[in-house]
Each structure stands twice: as structure tokens, then as C-alpha cells.
Write a protein that binds this ligand. Structure first.
Ligand SMILES: Cc1ncc(C[n+]2csc(CCOP(=O)(O)OP(=O)(O)O)c2C)c(N)n1
Ligand SMILES: [Mg+2]
Length: 765
């Protein structure tokens, strides 16, 4: 109970008014001349900022011109990807990234060329000679500015190459411009799912909060005005504001070091933030809903790079004091529509555009630099020429670069690495109370639930990077008490309750995993995984591939299946087939206590994301669970019972039904072999095929609704691969094509039973 927290808020209905704090807007009022005089802006910094914005504009002008062949250096090249230009918004990308350290982190959006270019650009400007050479060993013969310039050109080249889908792109052409990332400079990825990167950034900030090596870093999460109406974004803002990170409960008292950079360009695709799809004048008001201090929200002139830098510098200081999160709304504009296929004339006027172009971030900055005599027109023109020439060389090289080999189409889907070696700094684990072990009876038997818990505990003792979070998992021990005692043992940095925010639970896990941690996220019921299906299916599953294997996402999403308990349509679904249909995750479903312990440990150690399914009706099933540290490998089926006449392929709670069916069939002289694949992804096809070649008959069984179940895939593969050995068609048995009913009589009719399996087998004769 050492780490338990007891709320003692009694009733207090005294009449009062809840006051909201005010949100400052447009507070920066210095001139470039003043900053220059005060030596807050040097000639070198001014040149860097001007160049940074120009690099973005030149790059996006190139995309624009590519569409018509007007970009002469590569007029022969047919660019076929998206065209989400951020022209007009350069001050936000460059202003933010110019204030970040190389090790600070960002996430970005579908309109993220600018953020990506700026993060790399300013990182390269800050790199030591040794760092430049480590990044591009091919330039080791160069030094000084020549070396830096070569690395910079390489950055532009790799960005364009990614846009063009080339093997030398940042993501080896797998992700493209909308998913560009460069983990070496802390760019955790642009995201084509609006709002999708925000929970990931939030998770990355969680790692920065508790990890000794990551401390001092800040995460900037770029996203647009449109994104701030997305549920997962609101979940993330709430998540980041939790008192338990910086209040009385926290072991590490430190608010999340994250700056939410809200890029308000006033339009979603075409929907207006002003007067149409929101009800507020400034989206910074969103912050007031989550935090007494408004998350230190501010509205900033996003057309003025100096104002952007000023706001970020102050926000970083807030985060450094452990007082994050921060929300900054940058008021800006994009000159083009959502993409180049959007002519904009249906929903905005040329007059409006002209008013924003009059405060163009590059032109106004240039004018101010000239006026304050920071740089001369000649110097500024020289920068412009350098940028254009560099981009042209990089574009030509990218257009000529090799396309990925079609034979490699699914290369990088999964990683074969794991955490079998835990780095020394993570091996020392602090334990407050003795870590719980499984309760064993006199025969050494333990329950499935205790087996999973013991596996988790062993892994948390072995590796400090393993953390567990989910709804009600702390004091209460989870809805099924599986994690009872873990808070006491490991403290609240490693075991904590989350808001009821399934999407953010999974998204935060992705961000922690990308930054080196190994989160276990508990989703109470698998039905709720649908609330977070984007974060599981589009994020966790895809980032290894989309970045050409530049990152790994080692996380476990534990979800339990409630079927058979009379909980009805929204608490009973076996959805593992859905996730098996999404390439990029592993899908595991242990059917007995021995496998449960060994498989959860494998799930925690693999560097691939795992959807780990647990049967609630199995939780109290007992079996032999060795006390030793053992693992059960993924992709290796278990031949649960040998037989010679028919192969039953079955997983999860249905394994018990299949065994019962095998007994019933044996009584009739039919010998059934029962194979539990244990993991649907990866699937051990060879064991199944070998069995079917022996028996000549096969039935695939699960508790999934029959239509679209993975059993259909088994039928298809067995038919294709064992056709010559089959004596009968391959059949499948599943739940009825309906919705799980509450009534016991109906649910019994809904779920498959041993009798259904026997009936299916008999059809094969
Ligand atoms: C979840 C999701 N819904 C819809 C889309 C289609 N879409 C792409 S960009 C966009 C508008 C996003 O607006 P905002 O966040 O303001 O960013 P901006 O495009 O203005 O940079 C939409 C609706 C998407 N990519 N993802
Ligand atoms: Mg927008």
C-alpha cells in the first residue's frame, strides 16, 4: 500500500465562481533593430533564420512547379505524390526548430515538409565536426563549412528523395513526404492521420520525463487547427495535464516537457476554424479545459519568426522547470489550398490571401533585416542563390536516384531484434514492496491471470524500460485485478492509471516505444481497441516500415476478451482477426497458463508491436506455470494433441472446446490432431501444413464471428498448399455472424462449442 493514494474530497457546495485565467496573445513587441542592438539577434543567426525559411519555400515552390514541368532542372521527372504545401507558414517551422537542440524531439503532419527541413537544417547547423562526420561518413575527407554544407545538401537530397519515393530517401521511399522522419535529429515522424502524431509526441514526452538519459529534452508537436477538433488530440491534452505527473502522487515530480505547437492557418482541408467548425475565436482556449493554468497557453504571431522564437524559448524554460505542458497557438496562413488540386476559390477570397501575403514571413523578415542593417541586400541575395542552387542539385540527384527494388516490397515489415540484452543502465530496478509472484497450489499450478502477471513482473524486474499503464491498473489492480500489487512494487512512474482515453493510451505507448521504452498498455476489453484502432493500426503497426526501419515500436497492447459472460455486444468481441489483417503488428492469444507467461514475456521482449489477447474466461483456469524465466517463441504452433484423421487448428478459449470435441470424436473412432498456433501473426504455417498432409482433413476454429475471421485465411492457405493431400474441403467454425447477445440462451447459441466442431468434422466424411 506504500504507493496508494486515497482521495478524501468530501462534499462542499458553497456558492462560488470558477475563474478561468486569461490567455496572453501577441505579446512579443520587439523590433529586429532592438534585438540586434541588444545582441539577442546576431548576424549569423539572422542569416541562419532567413536561409532556413528560404530552404522550405524553395523546396515547396519546386513541388508546385514540378506539377507543370516548370521546375527546369527536373522537368523530365514526373512527381506523383501528395502536394500539401505550407508556403506562408515558414516562420513557424523555422522559428520553432531554430530554438531546439539536436536532441529535442518533434512530431509533424501531412503538411510537414517545412518542419522536417527545419529540424534537420538547424540540427546540422549545430553539429560538431565529429557529429557531421558520424552522420555522413562519406564526407569524412571534408572539414569546416565545406563539410557542413555537404551534410546540409545531403539533408535536402534525402528529403526530396523521400518525396520521390527513392531508396535513398529518409524512409527508403516507403513512407513518402507525409510520413517523413529522421530519428537521428529527433524527428519522430510526420503523420498523415490528422492529429495522429499528438499522442505519440505526448508519449515521447513521458519518456523524457522519467528517463535519465532523456531528461532535459523537450518535445514539440506540430499540428493544425483542424487537428484540434480530433478526439485523440483532446485526449492527449488531458493526458499531458494529469496531476499525477507533477502533483503529490508523482515519484518524478516533473510536468510533461511538451510544447503543443498549434499551427492555426485557419483552415482544415477547406473547413474554416473561424465561424464554422469550432466555437471559439482562438483555439488556445482549448487549453483552459484541461489545466487550471491553461497549460501556459499563448497566441503568437506565426508570421513573425522572432515572435515564434521568443515564445518557444519561454516555453522551453517552462518545460525545463518541470512545469509543462505548454500550448502555443501560432496564428498563420497557407497561401495554397489543401493541395494543388484545390483551387481555393470556393471558400476563400483573393483579398483575404492578399492581406496575409502582405505580412509574408520571409519578405517581412528580409525587410526588417535590411532596415536594421543586420544584413545587406547582397548578403541576403547570396543566401537565396545558394539555397536555390543547392535545391536544384539535390533535386536532380533525387530524380536520378534508384527506385526501391520491387522484390523488397515488404522488406522492413517486422524487425527481428529484441531486448534479450538489457543495457546496463536499465538493469538496476528499484522495488518498493516485494514484487508479486503467481500463487501456486500444491501441484505447482497457477492461474492464467497470475501467469501473465508473473511474466510482466519478471520483465519489469529485468528491464527498467518496461512500464505498465491503463485504466484502473494502479491501486485497484485493473478491472480483472491482474496488475494488483505492481504499483506497490514499482511505483507510479512505472505503473499508473490513465484517463479513459483508449486512443491516447495506445498513442502514448507508441511515443514511449519510439523513444526507447517498452510500454505495456492495458485495454480493459478488446472492444475498446476499436476506440484506438488508428493508434494500433496506422501508427504502431506502420512506423517501422514507413521509416525504412529507422525506428522500432516495442510495445504490448493487452486486451481481454469478455465473450461468454453475458456482457452483450460491446464487451464480448474477439477481434484478433481484425488486427491480424493489419500488417505490422504481431497478434498473440495464449490458450493456457504456461503459454500465457511465456508469451507475455516474448511480447515484451520483441521490438515489434504486439496485440496481446487474453480470454477473460481463461483468467482463472489453472495449469503448470514454471517459476523459471522461460519464454514461448512467437510463430511456433503447439501441437496440443496428436491425431491422424483430422487437423483442428484453433486458438484462445476455443482450444478447450476442440479438445473436448477430440474426445467426443475419439469415442467414434476419429483421431483428431489439435494445433494451437498461439500467434496469428506470425503464423506457423508449416506445422499446420505438415499435419494436414498427414491427416488429409482440416477444420479451423475460433470464437471470432465467422465472416472475415482469420479461420478463413487458414482455409485458404491450407487449400492452396495442401490440395493434393486433402480428402475433403477445409471447413471453419466460428461464432454466428451476429452480435454477441446478453441472454445466456442466445449467447450459448452464438458462440461455437465442441458439438459444432464435431458436426463440422463429420461433414468431412
Ligand atoms: C483523421 C483524418 N481525417 C481526415 C483527413 C483528411 N485531411 C487531410 S488534411 C485535413 C485538414 C487538416 O487540417 P489542419 O489540421 O488544420 O492542417 P492543415 O491541412 O491546415 O495544415 C484533412 C481533413 C486525414 N488525413 N486524417
Ligand atoms: Mg489548418
Amino acid at each position: 500500500m506504500a504507493n496508494n493514494y486515497f482521495s478524501d474530497r468530501g462534499p462542499n457546495f458553497e456558492k462560488t465562481t470558477i475563474k478561468l485565467k486569461s490567455i496572453p496573445a501577441y505579446t512579443y513587441d520587439k523590433s529586429v533593430a532592438e534585438e540586434y542592438k541588444a545582441k539577442k539577434l546576431t548576424k549569423a543567426t539572422a542569416a541562419e533564420l532567413y536561409e532556413s525559411m528560404l530552404v522550405i519555400r524553395e523546396f515547396e515552390d519546386m513541388i508546385n512547379k514540378c506539377r507543370t514541368g516548370a521546375y527546369e532542372v527536373i522537368s523530365d521527372y514526373d512527381y506523383r505524390g501528395p502536394t500539401h504545401l505550407s508556403i506562408g507558414q515558414e516562420a513557424t517551422a523555422s522559428g520553432v526548430c531554430s530554438e531546439l537542440a539536436i536532441t529535442d524531439l518533434i512530431t509533424s503532419t501531412h503538411r510537414g515538409h517545412g518542419d522536417s527541413i527545419a529540424k534537420g537544417f538547424h540540427a546540422i547547423k549545430r553539429m560538431t565536426e565529429a557529429e557531421l562526420k558520424a552522420r555522413c561518413p562519406e564526407f569524412s575527407n571534408l572539414s569546416g563549412e565545406e563539410l557542413r554544407e555537404a551534410v546540409m545538401e545531403d539533408h535536402i537530397f534525402r528529403t526530396i528523395a523521400e518525396l520521390f519515393g527513392k531508396e535513398e530517401g529518409y524512409g527508403k521511399g516507403r513512407g513518402g513526404g507525409m510520413h517523413i522522419a529522421d530519428f537521428r535529429v529527433g524527428h519522430l515522424g510526420a503523420n498523415a492521420i490528422v492529429g495522429g502524431g499528438i499522442p505519440i509526441a505526448t508519449g515521447a514526452a513521458m519518456t523524457c520525463r522519467i528517463d535519465d538519459k532523456m531528461k532535459g529534452r523537450v518535445v514539440c508537436s506540430f499540428a493544425g487547427d483542424g487537428a484540434y477538433s480530433n478526439g485523440v488530440v483532446l485526449e492527449a491534452l488531458n493526458w499531458a495535464s494529469q496531476d499525477q505527473f507533477n502533483g503529490p502522487l508523482a515519484r518524478t515530480k516533473f510536468g510533461l516537457p511538451i510544447i503543443y505547437c498549434l499551427i492555426n492557418n485557419h483552415y482544415g482541408m477547406t473547413g474554416r476554424a473561424d465561424g464554422e467548425v469550432t466555437g471559439v475565436d482562438h483555439l488556445a482556449r482549448r487549453a483552459a479545459g484541461f489545466d487550471n493554468d491553461n497549460m501556459h497557453a499563448e497566441v503568437v504571431n506565426g508570421m513573425d519568426i522572432m515572435a515564434v522564437r521568443d515564445a518557444i524559448a519561454r516555453a522551453k524554460a517552462i518545460c525545463a522547470r518541470g512545469e509543462g505542458p505548454v500550448l502555443l497557438e501560432f496564428d498563420t496562413y497557407r497561401y495554397y489550398g489543401h493541395s494543388l488540386s484545390d483551387p481555393r476559390n470556393e471558400y476563400r477570397t483573393r483579398e483575404e490571401e492578399a492581406r496575409w501575403k502582405a505580412v509574408d514571413p520571409i519578405e517581412t523578415f528580409r525587410a526588417k533585416l535590411l532596415e536594421a542593417k543586420v544584413l545587406t541586400a547582397k548578403e541576403l541575395d547570396a543566401i537565396q542563390e545558394k539555397v536555390a542552387a543547392r535545391n536544384a542539385r539535390a533535386a536532380r540527384r533525387a530524380a536520378d536516384a534508384a527506385d526501391p527494388d520491387p522484390a523488397d516490397v515488404i522488406k522492413y515489415m517486422y524487425t527481428d531484434t529484441d531486448s534479450s540484452e538489457v543495457p546496463a543502465e536499465y538493469r538496476e530496478v528499484t522495488v518498493d514492496d516485494p514484487a508479486p509472484r503467481a500463487k501456486r497450489d500444491a501441484n505447482g499450478m497457477a492461474t492464467y491471470k497470475d501467469a501473465i502477471k508473473e511474466g510482466i513482473v519478471e520483465e519489469m524486474l529485468r528491464d527498467k524500460r518496461v512500464v505498465l499503464f491503463g485504466e484502473d491498473v494502479a491501486e485497484y489492480g485493473g478491472a480483472f485485478k491482474l496488475s494488483k500489487g505492481l504499483l506497490d512494487a514499482f511505483g507510479r512512474d512505472r505503473v499508473f492509471n490513465t484517463p479513459i482515453s483508449e486512443a491516447c493510451i495506445c498513442g502514448a505507448a507508441v511515443g514511449m516505444a519510439m523513444t526507447g521504452y517498452r510500454p505495456i498498455a492495458e485495454l480493459m476489453y478488446m472492444d475498446f481497441a476499436l476506440m484506438s484502432s488508428d493508434q494500433i493500426s496506422n501508427q504502431a503497426a506502420k512506423w517501422h516500415y514507413m521509416t525504412g526501419a529507422s525506428t522500432e515500436v516495442p510495445l504490448v497492447i493487452r486486451c481481454s476478451v469478455g465473450g461468454g459472460k453475458g456482457y452483450g455486444g460491446q464487451h464480448s468481441q474477439s477481434l484478433e482477426s481484425m488486427f491480424a489483417h493489419i500488417p505490422g503488428t504481431y497478434v498473440a492469444y495464449p490458450s493456457n497458463p504456461y503459454d500465457a507467461k511465456g508469451m507475455i514475456k516474448t511480447a515484451i521482449r520483441t521490438n515489434n508491436p504486439v496485440v496481446f489477447v487474453e480470454g477473460q474466461l481463461l483468467y482463472n483456469v489453472k495449469g503448470v506455470v514454471p517459476e523459471e524465466d522461460y519464454t514461448v517463441p512467437f510463430g511456433v504452433a503447439n501441437v496440443v494433441r496428436e491425431g491422424s484423421d483430422v487437423t483442428l487448428v484453433v486458438w484462445g478459449p476455443a482450444v478447450a472446446d476442440a479438445l473436448k470435441a477430440a474426445d467426443m470424436l475419439a469415442a467414434e473412432g476419429i483421431s483428431a490432431e489439435v494445433i494451437d498456433p498461439r500467434t496469428l501473426v506470425p503464423f506457423d504455417w508449416e506445422t499446420v501444413f505438415a499435419s494436414v498432409r498427414k491427416t488429409g482433413r482440416c477444420v479451423a476454429i475460433s470464437q471470432c464471428v465467422d465472416i472475415g475471421s482469420f479461420t478463413g485465411e487458414i482455409v485458404s492457405q491450407v487449400t492452396a498448399n495442401c490440395f493434393d493431400d486433402l480428402d475433403a474441403p477445409v471447413l471453419k467454425v466460428g461464432a454466428k455472424n451476429g452480435i454477441a447477445p446478453q441472454a445466456a440462451s442466445l449467447e450459448k447459441a452464438f458462440l461455437p462449442h465442441a458439438e459444432d466442431i464435431v458436426a463440422a468434422v463429420k461433414k468431412l466424411y
